[in-house]
Design a protein around this ligand. Structure first.
Ligand code: NDP
Length: 263
C-alpha cells in the first residue's frame, strides 16, 4: 500500500487526509494518507524519503523550504518560490509542484470572465495567486497593510499599494488572501475603504474557507457574487491527487474528495 502525507506545523486541523483518502477509496487505489507534524522544515526532503512516502502535500510554514530542497521544480512553482506537492520518482529524486496556483484559477472559473483583480494581502498565498493570474493574462493589483512585502509583486509586474497610498478603484474580482477573518472578526483593510472598493467591483473571493468572514459578509451585503476558499482547497487537492495517482480525476472522484472535506 502506498503512503502519502501532509507536512505542516501545525497540521492537526488539516482536512487533506479525509479528502485524499475518500478519493483513493473511490478510485480503488491502494493507498493511505496521513498527517505528519514536522517541526523542522530543513529536514523535509530527508524525512519524506526516509518514511517511504510516495507523495506528500506541504502546508504552512514549510512551502518555501520544500521548494529549496526539491530536486526538480515544475511549472509556476519556479516563479512562486514555494511548493505544496512532492512526488517521489522511480530513481529516488523528488519532483515538486505548486497546485495552489492552478487550484485558485479553477476555483474562480465559476465567476466567468475576469480581467482585473485586486488581491488583498501579500503573503505566500498572494504570491501563488498573483503568479497564476498574471500567467493567465489578467491585470493584477496588490494591496497590503505593510509596504515591505510588496517588492516581489512589483518585480512580477503587479500594481502595488500599501494602506497609505491606495485609492479605491473598480475591479472584476477582489480576493482576500490575508488571514484577517480567520480567527478574528477583522476586515482585511479598513471597512470604509473596502466598502468603496466592493461597491465598484463584481465578485469577491475569500481564501479562508468554512465561514462567512467579515470580508464576505460585506460583499454579500453589497450584493456581490461571492465564494469562500473551499473550492481552492479542493482543486489544489484534486491536482495533487492527479500527480499522486498518475490519473485524471473523474467528476465522481472530485465529489468524493469534496465530501471528505465536509467530514
Ligand atoms: P501569510 O502569513 O503568508 O500572509 C498573511 C497576510 O495577511 C500578510 O500579507 C499580512 O499582512 C496579512 N494580514 C494578516 N492579518 C491581517 C490583518 N488583521 N489585517 C490586514 N492584513 C492582515 O499567510 P498565507 O498567505 O499563507 O495565508 C493567508 C490566508 O489564506 C490564510 O487565512 C489561510 O488560511 C488561507 N489559505 C487558504 C487556502 C485554501 O486552499 N483555501 C490555501 C492557503 C491559504 P502584513 O504583511 O502587513 O503582515
Amino acid at each position: 500500500m502506498k503512503q502519502f502525507a501532509i507536512f505542516g506545523n501545525p497540521v492537526e486541523h488539516s482536512k487533506s487526509p479525509n479528502m485524499h483518502n475518500n478519493g483513493f477509496k473511490q478510485l480503488n487505489f491502494d493507498a493511505h494518507y496521513i498527517k505528519h507534524h514536522l517541526l523542522n522544515g530543513k529536514e523535509i526532503k530527508e524525512v519524506f524519503l526516509n518514511k517511504g512516502y510516495s507523495g506528500a502535500n506541504i502546508t504552512v510554514p514549510h512551502k518555501e523550504e520544500a521548494f529549496a530542497q526539491a530536486d526538480n521544480v515544475v511549472g509556476v512553482a519556479q516563479k512562486i518560490g514555494a511548493v505544496n506537492t512532492y512526488i517521489k520518482e522511480k530513481d529516488g529524486s523528488v519532483t515538486a509542484y505548486n497546485t495552489d496556483a492552478p487550484g485558485f484559477l479553477k476555483a474562480i472559473e465559476s465567476f466567468g470572465k475576469i480581467q482585473n483583480v485586486l488581491i488583498l494581502g501579500a503573503g505566500g498565498t498572494a504570491k501563488a495567486i498573483a503568479v497564476a493570474l498574471l500567467d493567465a493574462g489578467k491585470k493584477v493589483s496588490v494591496l497590503n497593510r505593510s509596504e515591505n512585502k510588496l517588492t516581489f509583486f512589483k518585480e512580477l509586474g503587479c500594481n502595488t499599494y500599501s494602506w497609505d497610498n491606495f485609492k479605491p478603484s473598480s475591479y472584476d474580482l477582489v480576493v482576500n488572501s490575508t488571514s484577517a477573518g480567520l480567527k478574528d472578526e477583522y476586515y482585511p483593510v479598513e471597512k470604509t475603504v473596502l466598502e468603496a472598493v466592493l461597491n465598484k467591483s463584481k465578485f469577491a473571493f475569500d481564501c479562508i474557507y468554512g465561514k462567512l468572514t467579515p470580508f464576505l459578509s460585506l460583499a454579500k451585503e453589497l450584493g456581490l457574487e461571492y465564494k469562500d476558499g473551499e473550492d481552492m482547497l479542493l482543486y489544489q487537492g484534486v491536482l495533487a491527487f492527479e500527480y499522486f495517482t498518475n490519473s485524471k480525476c473523474s467528476d465522481e472522484i472530485i465529489e468524493a474528495m469534496r465530501e471528505g472535506l465536509k467530514k
